[in-house]
Design a protein around this ligand. Sequence first.
Ligand code: PBG
Length: 315
Amino acid sequence: MTVTMPTPAAPLKIGTRGSPLALAQANETRDRLADAFDLPHEAFQIVVIKTTGDRIIDRPLKEIGGKGLFTREIEEAMLSGEIDIAVHSMKDMPVLQPEGLMLDTYLPREDVRDAFVSPRYEGLAGLPEGAKVGTSSLRRKAQVLVKFPHLEVVEFRGNVQTRLKKLDDGVAECTFLAMAGLNRLGQPEVAVGAVDTEDMLPAVAQGAIGIERRADDSRAAEMLAAIHDVETGKRLAAERSFLATLDGSCETPIAGLAELQGDTIRLRGEVLRPDGSESISDEGEAPVEDGAKLGDALARGLLERAGPGFFDWRE
Ligand SMILES: NCc1[nH]cc(CCC(=O)O)c1CC(=O)O
């Protein structure tokens, strides 16, 4: 008589970038799945994938090719079956996913605010004429220059450690990071403080983690449904619809934030000229189920006020 050992289900392979923040997000996803299904950590395998954005660290992102830079290789690995799901910062995700992939699972959102980071100053208002602000984000650059045109913005890339070192070396007086990233890394103390969203409206989807899967993978669909955060999903539906209508990329300074108040969703949006010479903002409210319509309508209104060429460089 032959006895066949039962084959355990193959581990769910979780794809991620290798940065400390990406790994923290992948671990959080694994822990939530393990909890929801009472599975041991061995039921999951975290697979690190290097993306173009990780490889090229010495040039401004906008020169290398915008959104998708941190996701393309990961999505290819999912389509080829090398990984089953992929964990992403939703802020970095294009509005549309490649054929065959689905992105509709979100973890509970972290702090949406930007963090002000400086070894010497308490806030932007204290910086003297010509002081340097380090950021590689076009949104943050334009938002800083609109309110503080006497400051200078310098390119600033790299992980949290690299940026702190640059501040220490005097490359810039201050920088901005997402509060969410600092919290997830367990380093909130790096920030002098979180900036009020009235003063600096965050990027669309800032602080939200999304989990992507193959559209035909029913095991992944069932597992992810168990950890999906419905409120985050509703907020992102409005914000990403806003972004889609604006046709945003990382070459366009755009900010947007949706918040729920009971059955009502409130969306604030802002578009800026890349040189920080002008900002246009608006806000609106709608029943929660009309979030996507609200996002589209708010974006159309802003586009109309902005007029053609608004996002063109004129430096
Ligand atoms: N564009 C880089 C990026 N993508 C997501 C985060 C942080 C975490 C988040 O917003 O979810 C960051 C770094 C930052 O802006 O400081």
